[in-house]
Ligand binder design. Structure first.
Ligand code: DX5
Ligand code: ZN
Length: 231
């Protein structure tokens, strides 16, 4: 397990959603050998988003085969009800959506008590104010740059203002992840705005040469470090 999310530096987090589900073990091994330390796990319940992906048993079956940090993105209506099952399945980090939560402080405390790090996710039009009460408590903020539910959508550049706003508010140890439509043509803008963790489904698993795709994205993200808002 890596020290994500506290260790500084740019990270590409391949999203398993774009992998070949008929051979997940090999798919995960491929991105791990390419150098990826974080595996992004998109869990969809068919209620919060109009799609169903996979759940805790699939994640548990992958856990013994890899050292990667399991970054779970719960696109589900009841994160409090299911968080424990994802931790037991081997997730190292749980991100919930602010749009489904009535008491954000309580859910952050609940997830942290399970022994993992905590992230909060904002849909493309959800404002920073919605997470004001927990902004200094989370390990990571995840900004959606597409509407959640499906891979392969186009990057919504309007969210970059929110990324800049968050970067100016977050502490150095808090990670800022961006998810959706991240590829070689969009990653530099996201990195320059202040993101440090980049979910990439189609742009890694959708490519024939995953190692080349992963390496290129990481290089592009790192190339922006000098232009970053706030350094
Ligand atoms: C969308 C998911 C994303 C998705 C990204 O609901 O949260 O993680 O897998 O896919 P790409 O990188 O193809 O846009
Ligand atoms: Zn995701």
């Amino acid at each position: 397990m890596t020290n994500f999310p506290k260790e500084p530096g740019m990270r590409i987090a391949p999203s398993l959603l774009a992998a070949d589900f008929s051979c997940l073990e090999q798919e995960v091994a491929q991105v791990e050998s390419a150098g990826a330390e974080v595996l992004h796990l998109d869990v969809m319940d068919g209620h919060f988003v109009p799609n169903i992906s996979y759940g805790a048993p699939v994640i548990a079956s992958l856990r013994p085969n890899t050292e990667m940090f399991f970054d779970a993105h719960l696109m589900i209506e009841e994160p409090k009800r299911y968080a424990e099952s994802f931790v037991k399945a081997g997730c190292d980090h749980i991100t919930f959506h602010i749009e489904v939560v009535k008491d954000p402080v309580a859910i952050v405390q609940h997830i942290r008590a399970l022994g993992v790090t905590v992230g909060v996710c904002l849909n493309p039009t959800t404002p920073i104010d919605s997470i004001e009460s927990i902004l200094d408590q989370v390990d990571m903020v995840l900004v959606m740059s597409v509407w959640p539910g499906f891979g392969g959508q186009s990057f919504i550049a309007d969210v970059l203002d929110k990324v800049r706003g968050l970067r100016s508010r977050l502490q150095p140890h808090q990670r800022l992840e961006i998810d959706g439509g991240v590829d070689a043509s969009t990653i530099e803008a996201a990195a320059t705005a202040g993101a440090d963790t980049f979910v990439a489904g189609t742009a890694v698993f959708g490519q024939a040469d995953r190692k080349a795709a992963y390496t290129r994205l990481l290089e592009l993200a790192r190339s922006t470090t000098d232009q970053r808002v706030g350094g």
